[in-house]
Design a binder for this molecule. Sequence first.
Ligand code: C2E
Ligand code: MG
Ligand code: MG
Ligand code: MG
Length: 275
Amino acid sequence: RAKAAGRDRWAVFDEAMREQAVHILDLEADLRRAINGEGFVAFYQPIVRLSDHAVVGHEALLRWRHERRGLLLPGEFIGLGEDSGLIEEVDWVMYRQVTQRLAMGGEGYLSINVSPRHFRSADFADRLLHLLDDAGADPSRLRIEITEVALLDDVPRALRTLRTLRSHGVLAQLDDFGTGFSALSYLHRFPIECLKIDQSFVAGLVGENQTESIAVVRAIQALAGTLGIHTIGEGIETEAQRRVLRELGCGQGQGYLFGRPAENMVSAVALAVGH
Ligand code: C2E
Ligand code: MG
Ligand code: MG
Ligand code: MG
């Protein structure tokens, strides 16, 4: 009896695994097709000055308009794109859109996300500068967002890439800061313009266990102060989070409180009461 029940469980398990495998293969085939089509769209989320909600720029966030599955978020397909090596191509489709958008004018900067592996490819900087040139976009209005892993894997190369980009006006921001190594000893070597405080700490600023998050944000602010750079709080959803961030010295922020990622950019965000 026990044996039979065990076999049944395995049968169920096999079926689930088969479906999962088919799902992944489907999605990968779709991904290949979408790269040549028009499935990928850039959504833009405003980044604001916390003192008066002035919009300083927008982060471009990748969306996939899938014909059957609807609007997909990066979390639903980026892992797959990385495994199959397709993410770089998807990124270039995305970056092309962003540079074209920049060339249309407007104010503030646009930031793009670059995965560590992509950042490490030898021709990344040249290709990006080429794309800007092709589109006729101003490089100083583009920023790249990278994570710490991207810097530490091959330090000389990362330095070269960042310096090349910076010499053309493209600045770099460190994304999801606080979740990696976050060490002063190496950070000062890199031309980084700002630290984006990971949203997990912002979420923790108010409510239970807030002491930990406050300590982390305080440490990040101290680090940024030493480096002479500024910070952006990510994932700000409430007025209370905004207030605590400001009190801790964070000057800029991004989050649903100010605006969700959307196809259209905003030029102003309504000032909340009691700032
Ligand atoms: P990220 O760069 O840290 O982007 C911030 C994420 O937080 C975005 O998720 C954004 O929609 C979400 N977010 C913004 N405000 C709030 C808020 O108030 N509350 C909460 N809970 N979330 C908020 P999204 O768009 O799903 O992107 C996830 C990640 O995918 C990004 O994290 C980035 O690492 C990656 N990604 C996005 N676009 C691209 C791209 O074009 N290329 C590559 N390689 N990666 C991308
Ligand atoms: Mg980002
Ligand atoms: Mg982030
Ligand atoms: Mg993140």
